[in-house]
Design a protein around this ligand. Structure first.
Ligand code: SAM
Length: 442
């Protein structure tokens, strides 16, 4: 592989860099890895474990994920293995029993958010934020498919969080970067690389952090990550943080089977010649105590639903008593009671998804929403129609399905017991309610 001019000289002094081994690793194919959704248990594919992520596997080759119904059902997420180390660090430095407010500030397309959603306690709230509007669509889609009711999606600039002094216990900044860690996986990234771009990214990373730091609680955890090898985007940023509001956290002991993760200035460097994965950097820092008292947040108002509506929607949920129901533009939503006050504190944000959309009521009947089909909160007693892989793909293409079934009315279409979406069965016909914008087009 031909690297951009000046690239090797630029990273030559980085801790752990070995030019010969690094160059050789770039001749090898990119490993393919997936991470399973703990809420949607399925039989795992053949593969070998990713040592730092219990739910993840390396696959021997890249399947055509688009033709696997379970991919569309959110049973797993295709994610580069090194970046899954974010979950390992999160586990090391947080208590998995505690209620936490977590912010993933640069979240699209949702890799870290779905990872953390699977690790946080059921009393925790994750705000999955993306500033670029066109990227929020894919973020929302991935969060909906993951089906965790405690995740909200927002579309805000990092500076919009500055009014939320001390609200978050954990902030993840997976910063936009110059992308050298992805040269093997996405060779196009090489065209974008230049020393000017590295410096530009470094300044942008500093700006994002300055904007977001007030929202982190004193004593709170910051996970700062890039997929760049550049000192200016990695250790230099950590040095700036340590000179100001942050203190280092102890180096964690990394088991031998993880490979050669290189520890450098509170950060962990991943090189493709030392671990099975792509280039990655992540640092874990603690915000110093003092200052930044939590301020009153702008409260979000919810319009509650009436008793009749509640009776109708409650039938669709497992343990409906655990949820608060509200209405927005005729659609009924629910949020877990346990995070209601936390979600109400997000009134100052531009929320794209808060709560699970259950559907709208017409003629005393719920027209169920796709979000409900994808969610882990759905009742186990709803009629289900299981499809084999061929019929499931026909359903996901939104084509007509010829089905012999005694079922009538709304039912969940499933594949290997995992819901894919809704259908309404009327005599002689199945109406396919899979969302048009998500259908398989290939
Ligand atoms: N965390 C994501 C994941 O695991 O799937 C990947 C995030 S990607 C490395 C960085 C994200 O930052 C992109 O979605 C990008 O749109 C967003 N971004 C770009 N400029 C930004 C800015 N000025 N402030 C905050 N986020 C920005």
């Amino acid at each position: 592989m031909q690297f951009p001019a000046g690239f090797i000289q630029h990273i030559n002094n980085c801790k752990g860099f070995d030019e010969v081994a690094f160059t050789q690793a770039h001749q090898l194919p990119t490993p393919v890895s997936i991470r399973y959704n703990p809420q949607k248990p399925v039989e795992k594919m053949a593969g070998s474990p990713v040592p730092w992520c219990a739910e993840a596997l390396y696959l021997p080759e890249r399947p055509l994920f688009v033709f696997d119904p379970l991919f569309h059902a959110g049973a797993y997420y295709v994610q580069e293995a090194s970046s899954m180390f974010t979950g390992y660090l999160f586990r090391q430095f947080t208590d998995d029993k505690k209620p936490l407010h977590i912010l993933d500030v640069c979240a699209a397309p949702g890799g870290k958010s779905t990872l953390i959603a699977g690790l946080m306690s059921p009393q925790s709230l994750l705000v999955s934020n993306e500033v670029i509007k066109s990227r929020v669509t894919i973020l929302k889609e991935n969060i909906v498919k993951w089906g965790n009711p405690n995740v909200v999606v927002s579309n805000n600039d990092p500076r919009d969080f500055s009014g939320m002094n001390g609200f978050f216990d954990v902030i993840i900044v997976d910063a936009p970067c110059s992308g050298s860690g992805l040269f093997r996986k996405e060779p196009e990234a090489k065209k974008e690389w230049s020393i000017e771009n590295v410096n530009h990214c470094s300044l942008r990373q500093q700006r994002i952090l300055e904007d977001i730091i007030p929202a982190l609680k004193p004593g709170g955890l910051l996970l700062y990550a890039t997929c760049s090898y550049a000192y200016e985007e990695d250790e230099k940023i950590v040095e700036i943080l340590l000179q100001n509001d942050f203190e280092p956290l102890p180096k964690i002991s990394v088991p031998a089977e993880f490979g050669g993760i290189v520890f450098s200035k509170s950060g962990y460097r991943f090189y493709p010649d030392k671990i099975t994965g792509e280039g990655f950097f992540i640092a874990a820092l603690r915000k110093k105590n003092g200052g930044d008292e939590q301020t009153n947040q702008i409260k979000k108002q919810f319009i509650p639903i009436n008793a009749d509506e509640k009776n109708i929607v409650a039938n669709y949920l497992h343990q409906p008593e655990n949820y608060f129901f509200f209405k927005y533009k005729e659609v009924i939503y629910c949020i877990p009671e346990i995070v209601k006050s936390s979600i109400s504190a997000l009134g100052g944000l531009h929320l794209i998804k808060s709560g699970t959309a259950l559907g709208s009521i017409k003629n005393n009947e719920l027209i169920p929403d796709h979000e409900l089909a994808m969610s882990s909160i759905i009742s186990k007693t709803i009629p289900r129609l299981g499809l084999n892989a061929t019929d499931a793909i026909t359903y996901l293409r939104k084509n007509t399905l010829q089905i012999n079934s005694n079922l009538k009315g709304w039912c969940l279409i499933t594949h290997k017991n995992i819901p894919l979406g809704w259908a309404k069965i009327i005599p002689g016909r199945l109406n396919n309610y899979f969302p048009t914008e998500w259908r398989i087009r290939k």
